[in-house]
Write a protein that binds this ligand. Structure first.
Ligand SMILES: [Mg+2]
Length: 280
């Protein structure tokens, strides 16, 4: 009796990169609901943003925020919280990342050291964030409520010393990752480690867990590497080195929710054909 769990990135994967819509993924999302396959949202977005979004999607599964910095279990869905979790503002919170003030301090130091024009969310107004993300003011306000990850831009992107940036972060025990829009400064946490914690929590309830992971950017790779079914959704960046590491990787023909829909339906149908349906 295989228990399938889907881990998915949001921007550019379940959500359209530009419009943030997910309409095209509805057939596959509905099939997940019918088959009781949990959909775990995994993003660099904040708890505030993701809690809002998961309610709109009617998802009550745990979700992973800020590149694996936090795992949140909506209160009602939980009989058996992980021992590491604490109850906070209506949900169980499992912290894996570093506290935000430490990241802001680290980014300031890195900017001074490298002397390049770095701008983090903590330096930006709600209007700045809105302009860069295309989100409206309210959504930008939710995006600014950081707990474990500082998104930033570098003005001379392309010509600056990328290696120097990564090394300056590493000297401070921090990591830089690249998402679809921003660089991110964070602790040593990543989406893959957080996924592992969630899988171990589900394994207390279900013997045979099968994982599916979908993403579109390098910060999704740690999650894809660990998954039984790894899916790169409409990859825009060069992933040739990555496909060597994960030879079973599926690459969706379309970007965003359309690609998500096609591949998730394909995987769920394969699961059905294997005779697992009805045994969940
Ligand atoms: Mg993405």
């Amino acid at each position: 009796m295989d228990y399938y769990i889907i881990f998915t990135d949001l921007d550019g994967t379940l959500l359209d990169h530009d419009t943030y819509e997910w309409e095209e993924a509805m057939p596959a999302l509905n099939m997940c609901r019918d088959l009781h396959v949990p959909v775990i949202l995994v993003s660099s977005k904040t708890r505030a943003e993701m809690d809002h979004l998961r309610r709109r999607l009617s998802i009550s599964s745990p979700f992973i925020t800020e590149n694996g910095g936090g795992i949140f279990f909506p209160g009602k869905s939980l009989n058996d919280p992980p021992p590491e979790a604490t109850f906070d503002k209506g949900m169980w919170r499992w912290s894996l990342g570093l506290p935000y003030p430490q990241l802001v301090k680290g980014l300031n130091e890195i900017r001074d050291e490298l002397g390049c024009d770095i701008k983090g969310f903590s330096d930006m107004s709600i209007k700045d964030i809105s302009r860069l993300t295309g989100l409206d003011d309210e959504a930008s306000r939710l995006a600014s409520m950081r707990e474990y990850d500082e998104p930033f831009i570098v003005a001379d992107n392309g010509s600056f010393d990328r290696k120097g940036l990564y090394e300056a972060a590493a000297r401070r025990g921090l990591t830089v990752t690249e998402g679809g829009r921003f660089f991110h400064l964070q602790g040593m946490n990543d989406k893959g480690q957080a996924m592992e914690r969630v899988v171990s929590w589900y394994k207390n309830l279900h013997k045979k867990v099968v994982t599916v992971a979908l993403g579109d950017s390098p910060n999704d790779y740690p999650m894809l590497e660990r998954a039984d079914h790894a899916v790169l959704v409409g990859a825009q960046k060069d992933y040739s080195a990555f496909i060597v590491k994960v030879p079973r990787l599926r690459v969706s023909p379309k970007p965003g929710p359309g690609g998500w829909n096609t591949i998730v339906l394909e995987i769920l149908r394969e699961k059905e054909e294997a005779g697992n349906v009805g045994q969940l």
